[in-house]
Design a protein around this ligand. Structure first.
Ligand code: SHN
Ligand code: NAI
Length: 212
């Protein structure tokens, strides 16, 4: 079965990463970007990980019990049997866990990610091929100009306005779709004057329908 893309608020969540090599490094960077609080445990942690600011590094073997304190666990050691033990321990206790070399024991996978502010696209092949994910990520990355960040933010504000001022659900949807179209016809930049003109048109139409 294909995997469901679930977007999670990682701000302040406690993540324990077991393993301190290349695989761990990429996952740490990804999680850190989205605001997780990270502790890394491994007998030997690579210099690139040690150089990252704002994470806790413990150079020691892992005691499984410590994982109870985590919201999310990543097992990325070079030892498949240790990774599997961590996976099973977490699964038995309902702790979310990614096992770098074992999809079956993972309750979630790391997607390829494209970020434009709050606009986030995640790509997975359900563990079939990280090479395909990388390819698709690069394609989407080229398709989405950085203007989408500001557009997303602005549309957040206009959506709130429309929710208050346009009572008809159908009209509201039409208005918001039109705002996006206006932006797309202008290199993804939404001009506020044009936006307000569009909204005014829909406010009037909404009022007229209510008074009819
Ligand atoms: C199942 C999954 C588990 C998970 O991690 O959740 C997994 C598994 C494995 N990856 C391996 C290797 C590499 N992975 C990458 C890169 C990425 N891997 C990612 C995801 C996933 N990788 C999950 C499934 C994703 C899906 O289904 O689509 C991405 C999307 C996200 C991210 O991890 O950041 C990121 C995309 C790149 C991008 O977007 O730029 C690179 C670097 C590269 O290709 O450039 C290497 C080369 C070596 C290295 O770098 O060390 C190996 C070892 C294979 C071996 O030993 O030969 C395994 C284990 C196995 O296959 O058993
Ligand atoms: N999902 C992914 O994106 C990727 C997954 N992998 C998989 O991840 C695993 C690790 O790969 P790399 O990071 O490249 O290896 P690596 O050799 O760079 O790092 C391995 C890490 O495991 C730690 N380790 C070894 N024994 C340990 C123990 N008893 N307890 C805790 N930590 C221990 C080491 O100290 C080291 O920090 C492999 O199984 C590999 O198949 C590898 C690359 C990418």
């Amino acid at each position: 079965m294909a995997y469901f893309p679930m977007y999670i608020d990682l701000e302040g969540k406690k993540v324990i990463v077991v393993g301190g090599g290349k695989a761990a490094l990429r996952k740490i960077n990804s999680l850190l970007y989205f605001g997780a609080k990270i502790a890394v445990i491994a007998p030997k942690v690579c210099d690139d990980i040690k150089a990252i600011k704002g994470i806790n590094v413990h150079e020691s073997n892992v005691a499984l019990d410590i994982l109870q304190n985590a919201d999310i666990v990543v097992a990325a050691t070079r030892r498949p049997e240790i990774n599997a033990k961590i996976g099973t321990y977490c699964n038995d206790r309902g702790i979310m866990v990614n096992v770098a070399d074992n999809k079956e024991l993972s309750s979630f996978l790391f997607p390829g990610v494209i970020v434009r502010g709050d606009l986030v696209v995640g790509v997975t092949t359900g563990g079939n091929s990280q090479a395909v994910s990388k390819q698709i990520r690069n394609m989407i990355d080229r398709m989405l100009p950085e203007e989408y960040e500001a557009l997303t933010r602005k549309m957040g504000a206009y959506t709130e306005l429309a929710n208050v001022n346009i009572k008809s659900t159908a009209l509201r949807e039409e208005a918001l779709d039109e705002l996006v179209k206006v932006a797309l016809s202008n290199k993804c930049v939404l001009d506020d004057k044009k936006a307000n003109k569009v909204l005014d048109k829909y406010y009037r139409e909404d009022a007229a329908r209510r008074n009819a």
